[in-house]
Design a protein around this ligand. Sequence first.
Ligand SMILES: Cc1cc2nc3c(=O)[nH]c(=O)nc-3n(C[C@H](O)[C@H](O)[C@H](O)COP(=O)(O)O)c2cc1C
Length: 204
Amino acid sequence: MPHYSIDAGELSAGQIYRLLSGTVCPRPIAWVATCDAEGRANLAPFSFFNVASVDPPVLAFSPLLDGEGRTKDTVNNLNAVGECVVHVGSEDLVEALNATSATLTPNDDEFDHAGLEKAEMPGVSVPRIKGAPVAFGCTLFDIVRFGDSPLAGSLVLARIVSIEVDEQIWDGRHVAMDTLKPVGRLAGSDYVRISDRFALERPG
Ligand SMILES: Cc1cc2nc3c(=O)[nH]c(=O)nc-3n(C[C@H](O)[C@H](O)[C@H](O)COP(=O)(O)O)c2cc1C
């Protein structure tokens, strides 16, 4: 089959963004709460997201610099207050999640914008989303910056210090996937549900 053979340096940032977001998928979504130095809350989704370490437990997500090379509020807040609460994007709250991706001024509170209630998160000063099925309270472990160009990532490594999870979601061992209903991010405006799953036993 004919195919492109490309030196990555030949592509514009926009082209690579579309290629990566369309091929590295579906991606889980971190829905991240942070606070600025004055205690104003911020909430935003990031699908460049995964588990980086289990012991210690560390989550990784990557806010990009915007099209003008400016840092997003989430990273500014993490640099000011090294704490965050990471929720997992799920079907029941996906409209609100999308609403919190709006570009608001740093003074605007995305919890209010999306009609979400705050609840205290043990171990950190940042609030969690009341009603979210699972929340991880984290302290900042490190931020790896990949440069100053538009769309350069700032890989946030966030160490989990506290967990709030619905008893219907986790019984201490198993996660009830059909109750959690995590969603995956594809390219553009597309998402996937987990309603078509299959299992494969790992070879011994
Ligand atoms: C589902 C979804 C996933 C997103 N993933 C990312 C991402 O991984 N990295 C990123 O920089 N922006 C991502 N965005 C866009 C940010 O959420 C958006 O720029 C947001 O306004 C950033 O908020 P902040 O400036 O308050 O940090 C995503 C948006 C949506 C709706």
